[in-house]
Design a protein around this ligand. Structure first.
Ligand SMILES: O=c1ccn([C@@H]2O[C@H](COP(=O)(O)OP(=O)(O)O[C@H]3O[C@@H](CO)[C@H](O)[C@H]3O)[C@@H](O)[C@H]2O)c(=O)[nH]1
Ligand SMILES: [Mn+2]
Length: 353
């Protein structure tokens, strides 16, 4: 593991000592220059994917720890096989080794976006605001985020629900290249997202959503144990569904635990997408299976005796084995990997389980 220290730190930013920024990279970290004004005060956890012989240089002035595949193998031993290799899902190793309450994860080809006024968007600050204010999963507020300055609960909103729920996840969006699947990319290769929607919504209880890993923040203490970006590298059939698997596990557990999931602001600028045909080869099993997988999650009920996220996740892995194991043997491996993730979490975070 490599480490570095910051040189000059601006004034006291929100959650500076309670949040880690996790970056998976198989390329380079030049994009950090664009984020420097917003990221420099924070600690970075860089998960270097691919060949450990490559050297990934971190621009000066950032406080970071960097883990390559040798580090992952050394720290996790045989369990390392459950952390995807040569796939962005490796980022979840950063969630395991972090000791902070909050995580923000971002891709190395995502840059600072501008709002309609032309002002640079501090995505990290917006995520923090989303996570520090409650969610409204049980009753939809038609003026969207009621905790936002200049908004509130509208007439008819039950006062008994206005305290809201703890927010576990803040899912941000992307200007420029939208996170489309390969078939959509193929038919709309030049479509760009130019629409800036100035809203943050809570995903209602019982509803699922596609969670993209490229601009995502979460309360690691609340929901980190369910944020396994599972078993999706090229040696597996279900590639590019790492973040979606985590999304659906997290959402069914948040619904059970009474936590909220928000989506909307902040936007980042997604600079590029992989070639659609490469993505199609990676995604095709997942696209086929997702109809069964989503129906499975929609049918999941967790027992009353599962009162912690870890207990929910273990129960969920058992249901994955029993019900999705019939779809394909891959899901039995994935159910095992979910258990290995929990074992690794408990070993690395003995005080957090
Ligand atoms: O083998 C790899 C490939 C990439 N990375 C790092 O992961 C992120 C995302 O990589 P990339 O931008 O090439 O891929 P996208 O298709 O844009 O990724 C999005 O699709 C989702 C499905 O997997 C994923 O959650 C999103 O991030 C970059 O930082 C790469 O450097 C890697 O570590 N290993
Ligand atoms: Mn990308």
């Amino acid at each position: 593991m490599a480490a570095g220290s910051s040189s000059s730190v601006p004034s006291d930013p929100l959650l500076r000592d309670e949040l880690d920024i996790v970056i998976p990279t198989a390329r380079n970290l030049d994009f950090l220059e664009a984020w420097r004004p917003f990221f420099q005060p924070y600690h970075l956890i860089i998960v270097q994917d691919g060949d450990s012989k490559n050297t990934i240089s971190v621009p000066g002035g950032f406080d970071y720890e960097l883990y390559d595949r040798n580090d992952i193998d050394r720290i996790l031993g045989p369990r390392a096989a459950r952390i995807s290799f040569k796939d962005s899902a490796c980022r979840c190793f950063g969630y395991l080794v972090s000791k902070k309450k909050y995580i923000f994860t971002v891709d190395d080809d995502c840059f600072v976006a501008k709002d309609p006024s032309g002002k640079q968007i501090n995505a990290l600050e917006q995520h923090i605001r989303n996570l520090l204010t409650p969610s409204t999963p049980f009753f939809f507020n038609t003026l969207y985020d009621p905790y936002r300055l200049g908004a509130d609960f509208v007439r008819g909103y039950p006062f008994s629900l206005r305290e809201g729920s703890p927010t576990a996840v803040s899912h941000g969006l992307w200007l420029n290249v939208p996170d489309y699947d390969a078939p959509t990319q193929l038919v709309k290769p030049n479509e760009r997202n130019t629409r800036y929607v100035d809203a943050v919504l809570t995903v209602p209880k019982g509803a699922f959503f596609p969670m993209s890993g490229m601009n995502l923040a979460f309360n690691r203490e609340l929901i980190g144990q369910a944020m396994y970006f599972g078993l999706t590298d090229d040696s597996q059939p279900n590639v590019r569904y790492d973040d979606m698997w985590a999304a659906w596990c997290v959402k069914v557990i948040c619904d059970h635990m009474g936590f909220g999931v928000k989506t909307g602001l902040p936007y980042i600028w997604n600079s590029k997408a992989r070639t659609p045909l490469v993505n199609l080869r990676k995604e095709h099993e997942g696209i086929y299976w997702q109809e069964d997988i989503v129906r499975f999650f929609q049918s999941v009920t967790l027992s009353k005796t599962s009162v912690t996220v870890q207990e929910c996740y273990i129960e969920l892995s058992q249901q994955v084995r029993e019900k999705l194991g019939k779809v394909d043997a891959y899901f039995i491996k994935l159910a095992d990997a979910m258990m290995t993730w929990i074992e690794a979490w408990n070993e690395l975070n003995p005080s957090e389980n």
